[in-house]
Write a protein that binds this ligand. Structure first.
Ligand SMILES: Cc1cc2nc3c(=O)[nH]c(=O)nc-3n(C[C@H](O)[C@H](O)[C@H](O)COP(=O)(O)OP(=O)(O)OC[C@H]3O[C@@H](n4cnc5c(N)ncnc54)[C@H](O)[C@@H]3O)c2cc1C
Length: 346
């Protein structure tokens, strides 16, 4: 851990315009942070940015591969009215310093022998291309990519993917699908692709509706859950804030002092409620992303009291846990009150 909590300062090496609505940010990782920023194909970085004076925490997958690229590269696609994605596309420049957490995530290339079938849609290609590059460089597994996009202009990494396909014609098969030409991928077509590839490992990352179709087709084909890997590019912060679970407080509920964005607030944490849920219910804009204990976006330092995590699926490592960090999306307050401090995102 460093003096700024979970964040490290990384300088932007350069910006690459990928499509009219997406850009890559290549980060400079200094020698002393090389070990900290070592990653597995498919993992992501979590950024703390300030947009219109509002601190935001967002995850972006590494589109580079630890096996073929020296650089750390993330690629960000604009979301309509999205705050961070448009900030990255409009304002982030080479030479700028960004606040970045170390790599995390479990949507990774596994040490299996099975062929790989990867379904990517739009910006969902970012972790998928990383996995493809590593699979081609380090295994002889057959790789099939089904990559859906709105139209030709929105296909991210087209040139890089075509170069990989030319370099590995026997190993890599790419099926581009354009909504403007082929329509949306339906469950029947997805099911046929899945049936043809029985025994494969299936990776899925893309817009919600696209993922729903693939997941339905995987289930209909009886694919075992051990062979299915899914990454959701959610921004659940808004949903959580818009629909906080109503909860009846009881007089015995612990009260925790929350430090967030320079302010302190007393928050009552109900039984079975996580610290993050309690913050959102109290109207605090506490950061989060995956809500499942693997991304680290909601981590905070326990400065008093006892907070126990329901699960930690890789969002924190042992040294962070030892220092008192918890994933607040998983944190239950065990006794008394306490104090929990979110790191400053700017
Ligand atoms: C593990 C992981 C990896 C990811 N990797 C990538 C990646 O590689 N590339 C990538 O491009 N993205 C990736 N994402 C998604 C990314 O983290 C962001 O969710 C995405 O960029 C949108 O963030 P935003 O701040 O631009 O949008 P937000 O501001 O969070 O807005 C999201 C949506 O909510 C709407 N909205 C905004 N404000 C309000 C409001 N006040 N009330 C109601 N609705 C509102 C917006 O119109 C928009 O449709 C990843 C996410 C995760 C969890």
């Amino acid at each position: 851990m460093n003096e700024q909590g979970p964040y490290f300062d990384l300088v932007v090496e350069r910006i690459v315009e990928e499509t009219p609505d997406s850009k890559s940010v290549v980060l400079r990782v200094p020698d002393e942070l090389k070990e900290t920023f070592r990653y597995r194909a498919g993992q992501f970085l979590t950024f703390g940015v300030t947009v219109d004076e509002h601190p935001l925490v967002r995850c972006y997958s590494l589109a580079s591969s630890p096996d073929t690229d020296v650089e750390h590269k993330v690629t960000i696609k604009r979301v309509d009215e999205g705050r961070a994605s448009n900030y990255f596309n409009d304002h982030v420049l080479a030479g700028q310093t960004l606040r970045v957490m170390k790599p995390a995530g479990i949507f990774c290339l596994q040490a299996h022998e099975a062929p790989l079938v990867l379904f990517a849609g739009g910006s969902g290609i970012t972790p998928v291309i990383s996995i493809i590059k590593s699979a081609l460089a380090t295994t002889s597994r057959k790789v099939t990519l089904v990559y859906a996009n709105r139209d030709e202009a929105s296909v991210i990494f087209k040139r890089e993917l075509d170069a990989l396909s030319s370099a590995h014609p026997e190993q890599l098969d790419i099926q581009y699908r354009l909504d403007s030409v082929d329509g949306f991928l339906d469950a029947g077509t997805a099911g046929a692709l899945i049936a043809e590839a029985s025994g494969a490992d299936f990776y899925v990352c893309g817009p919600g509706a696209y993922m729903d179709v693939i997941e339905e087709a995987l289930a209909a084909n009886g694919v075992a859950s051990e062979s299915i890997f899914i990454e959701r590019f959610v921004s659940p912060e808004l949903e959580a804030l818009d629909h906080p679970e109503p909860r009846a407080e009881t007089s015995g509920d612990p009260v925790v002092t929350i430090y967030l964005d320079g302010n302190e607030t007393e928050v009552t944490v109900g039984e079975g409620e996580t610290v993050l849920e309690a913050c959102h219910r109290a109207g605090l804009d506490a950061p989060c992303a995956c809500l499942e204990g693997y991304c680290g976006a909601c981590m905070a330092l326990v400065k008093g009291g006892q907070v126990e995590m329901k699960r930690n699926d890789g969002g924190l490592d042992a040294s962070q846990e030892a220092e008192g960090w918890v994933l607040t999306c998983q944190g239950l307050v065990r006794a008394g009150g306490g104090r929990v401090e979110y790191p400053d995102a700017n």
